[in-house]
Write a new protein. Structure first.
Lengths: 344, 533
């Protein structure tokens, strides 16, 4: 029985308020949107002028290095936000990248496959893992966090078995390595790939019906079903896309490093991507997982950590910083969410 | 027949004095509720409600949706605070109406069991009992299971529940589960100084046979001196079990009936009251003989062999209680509920929808009862909520035209009387009535042929209700047919061209305008026998 005696309780939330209140609200919204961008700028200025880092941080080499290295994490973050938008976790993106990496290298090194074939297969295998994840989550109805965490762990084992713990560096196609290293117009090539993927994901999430449907499912999946959306199918596709992008990230690891290492493409990469996604959801479009916010978040995290290590801070700071950022980001998103829902 | 109106300011008990009226002496009340009011912004949920509950009796509290009975219980429980000026007297304690708090209610001896009591099906009876008051400990923090079992056994015996402490909750019958929840609530009660047990619709989700068991148990507890206040929707159980029954209507005290006076006609006349002065628009006359929708022998879920026709431009009401199958019927037509047998014919074509999109394309629209759960995208904008069922309309040339959608939304805000700051605001910043208008508009923008409305005005104030019906009326004038479910039979009788009565999954009656009478509808909905009309 749904009892709705308290008719008036809801009307209390009605719009309105005095003019200054509206003005304050507008300012608050602006602050909310651009706080992370502002923080990013402040952080960059700080490391540029701080005496401990002023001679190492604002250099071309450092900036290029950070940009180039973050492209893979960036693509993983793009992979992870697609299911996140519809309310599902894909905890396997880092491990899928790890598997795709060793397979892509292995196909060339052990089977002598031409690089386009190796790349295509690696991405396809990523998509297939996504399909399996999506099927278990959307059709069987298992909690996505558990499913993908389980698969992630399995993949770590598979990578170990396939590589026997050794890197694969022989017979890697120089053409592929050429695509992954070096610059265009002074900017690392991988940055262009990230930009291209980000643009496509942005377009898909914000400017296609599919993106709108994912947002609707994330907002209220029962309501989404009752406006005619085929929720299961849409969620499943989001996992396939996520898997394929994670596969692409693995390929980029091979291209950038000229080989595959079982130490790369791990759960820790997933965590970094996840931190960025949640931190990104506090910026640009607060309360929503969004591409621009996520990109800002990735570079905010990466430059902060680099600045700190250039200042001679110990290595473990890296993990603490990423973890703390995830914690704070989720905290802020939850508070924003509660305020929007009128709870606070 | 009692005097049906207690709207005068003085004590309702004196103004209600008549045959069978409670002339309860004040000093012997277990709970005395006097002059309780509650104002929410825009509405008066309770208006000067007073009545007494005698000790050791089962006192039923009834009223339609929006009558204020839940608000009253929430104030009593300390969930809300009342407006200042009233008091609750419990035994020898007096609590001002604006000072209620959960701890105070507890200290005064009030015990509450809510509609869906928090029982844990996967835990044992003993664990469920302990979760209310804490586990027995031995020494440090180890649970003393033996002591807990002893205590649980004693409780089960005292409340005559056929279960053992280690039985899993989910293996109990529903009535027993409710009894465990009651025993849990009452376990720390003083044997000699019993307080008041308040049950909020304890039977709402119970099948008939279980209701009987639970009512028998309640009668036993009352004989042992327990005072019970229970809120109910079901007249039969009130007639069966209650010693007194108080009815609220539109936030006001409508009357109390006692003993033999608790009869169906008496209760119904108190619940329905005088004709409401709300204005419902006159729906356009049905002129077409074209059948828009025909349901033939539909079965599935609670529904048994339901058949009816809906003509073009007709408003067909469905009167039924919760659990009668009314919501399932609408969902079935929308392709959102499994149909076991029978068929649905739309405009002469047999339809079998595999998913909701097909029903939508065939011109069916559905506004669900549970707005927050099944209709609203609360954190998405008003504009996105308007266009949720026709996103593809804004997709062309490889992109979604957000600007065009927003422009349409601004127009819809005007057309559908939605009060909102702007179209970009999240939907859940709007009031319930305005959210409902957005959701109604979402579907009407598709120009449906069949509009299925499930409780379209629940939790909505009177003005929004009038606006919602004027919107529906326009759609009907344009040829849309409406299937309307609402618990407010007054509303149903005013808006519908024809009403079918659904009781326990079957159609048990049919009334035609202008002879649709809310009192008759209430009788039919509550009765289980087929009515010859």
């Amino acid at each position: 029985m749904t009892v709705t005696d308290a008719t008036g309780a809801e009307t209390a939330l009605g719009s309105g308020g005095s003019e200054t209140e509206g003005g304050n609200q507008r300012v608050m919204i602006l602050v909310e949107k651009y706080a992370l961008v502002g923080l990013f700028v402040v952080m960059m200025l700080f490391f540029t002028f701080w005496s401990k880092t002023s001679h190492t941080f604002p250099t071309r080499a450092n900036i290029k290095n950070v940009l180039g290295n973050q492209a893979v994490i960036g693509i993983l973050a793009m992979a992870i936000i697609i299911p996140l938008v519809c309310g599902e976790f894909d905890f396997s993106v880092g491990s899928v990248a790890g598997l795709s990496q060793v397979l892509c290298a292995g196909f060339m090194s052990r089977l002598g496959a031409p690089w386009p074939v190796a790349v295509g297969l690696a991405i396809l295998i990523g998509a297939a893992i996504g399909l399996s994840n999506g099927n278990t989550v959307a059709r069987v109805g298992v909690n996505s966090l558990i499913v993908t965490l389980g698969i992630a762990t399995v993949l770590v084992g598979v990578v170990e078995w396939y590589t026997k713990g050794l890197s694969i560096i022989n017979r890697i196609s120089p053409s592929l390595v050429h695509l992954g290293t070096g610059d265009w117009l002074g900017i690392p090539r991988t940055v262009y790939y990230l930009a291209l993927v980000a643009a496509l994901v942005y377009y898909m999430l914000e400017h296609t019906p599919y993106g709108r449907y994912l947002h609707s499912i994330g907002s209220n999946s029962d309501a989404a079903r009752l406006v005619g959306l085929r929720v299961e199918r849409l969620v499943l596709i989001s996992f396939v896309l996520s898997g394929a992008l994670a596969g692409l990230a693995g390929v980029m690891l091979v291209a950038r490093n000229g080989g595959a290492s079982p130490q790369l493409g791990t759960v820790s990469d997933t965590l970094q991507a996840l931190s960025a996604a949640f931190l990104g959801a506090t910026a640009i479009k607060p309360g929503r997982f969004n591409v621009l916010g996520t990109i800002v978040a990735i570079f905010f995290l990466a430059f902060s950590v680099t600045g700190l290590s250039l200042a001679g801070v110990a290595n473990w700071i890296n993990d603490v910083f990423n973890g703390a950022a995830l914690f704070v980001a989720v905290l802020i998103s939850t508070i924003i969410g509660r305020r929007r829902a009128g709870v606070a | 027949m009692p005097e049906a109106d207690g709207r005068t300011g003085d004590s309702p008990l004196t103004s209600q004095a008549g045959p069978g009226m409670a002339a309860a002496p004040t000093h012997s009340s277990a709970l005395r509720i006097s002059h309780i009011s509650k104002t929410f912004p825009g509405t008066r949920a309770l208006d000067d409600v007073s009545f007494d509950i005698a000790p050791g009796q089962i006192h039923a509290l009834l009223g339609g949706n929006g009558s204020g009975k839940s608000t009253l219980i929430k104030i009593l429980a300390g969930v809300y605070r009342g407006d200042p000026g009233g008091t609750f007297v419990i035994g020898d304690r007096e609590i001002p109406s604006d000072k209620t708090a959960p701890e105070l209610a507890r200290a005064a001896g009030l015990r509450f069991v809510h509609q869906n009591p928090a029982v844990f099906p996967a835990l044992s009876v003993a664990e469920n009992i302990a979760i209310g008051t804490g586990f027995e400990k031995m020494g440090g923090s180890t649970i003393n299971w033996k002591a807990l079992r002893r205590r649980t056994s004693a409780l089960l015996e005292r409340y005559d529940i056929k279960a053992s402490p280690h039985t899993l909750m989910r293996s109990l019958r529903p009535a027993e589960r409710a009894m465990v929840a009651i025993a849990r609530a009452l376990q720390d009660q003083d044997e000699d100084e019993k307080g008041v047990l308040v049950l909020d619709e304890p039977t709402a989700s119970l099948p008939r046979a279980e209701v009987v068991r639970l009512m028998l148990a309640l009668a036993r507890y009352a004989r042992d001196g327990q005072t019970i206040l229970f809120i109910s929707h079901r007249l039969d159980e009130v007639i069966e079990a209650a010693d007194q029954a108080t009815v609220l209507r539109d936030g006001r005290y409508a009357g109390t009936v006692v003993g033999d006076e608790i009869t169906e006609p008496n209760l119904i006349s108190l619940i329905v009251g005088r004709a409401l002065d709300r204005v419902f628009p006159d729906m356009p006359e049905v002129t077409s003989t074209e059948v828009a929708l025909e349901v033939r022998h539909a079965s599935g879920g609670p529904l048994r062999d339901v058949s009816f026709q809906l003509r073009k431009g007709e408003v067909l009401g469905i009167a039924g209680l919760l659990g009668s199958g009314r919501s399932e019927l609408l969902k079935m037509i929308f392709g959102a509920y499994q149909m076991r047998g029978g068929e649905i014919v739309l405009q002469g074509t047999r339809q079998h929808f595999h998913h909701i999109g097909e029903a939508m394309r065939a011109g069916v629209a559905y506004v669900p009862e549970d707005r927050p759960g099944e209709a609203a995208f609360g954190d998405m904008s008003v504009s996105e909520n308007f266009s949720a069922a026709l996103v593809s309309r804004y997709w062309s040339g490889g992109r979604l035209h957000h600007g065009r959608a927003d422009a349409d939304a601004r127009q819809s805000i005007k057309d559908f009387f939605v009060r909102t700051g702007n179209e970009r605001q999240p939907l859940n910043t709007l009031s319930g009535g305005n959210q409902q208008k957005v959701i109604l508009a979402r579907w009407l923008k598709r120009q449906p042929k069949i509009l299925l409305l499930d409780e379209p005005t629940q939790g909505v104030d009177v003005n929004a209700r009038a606006e919602i019906y004027s919107i529906v009326s326009d759609a009907v004038a344009a040829g849309c047919s409406v299937l309307l479910v609402t618990s407010d039979f007054e509303e149903l009788s005013r808006v519908s061209d024809r009403v079918i009565v659904l009781s326990q999954g079957r159609i048990t009656g049919e009334l035609h305008a202008p002879d649709i009478d809310p009192i008759r509808l209430t009788e039919l909905a509550f009765s289980t026998q087929e009515a010859a009309v």
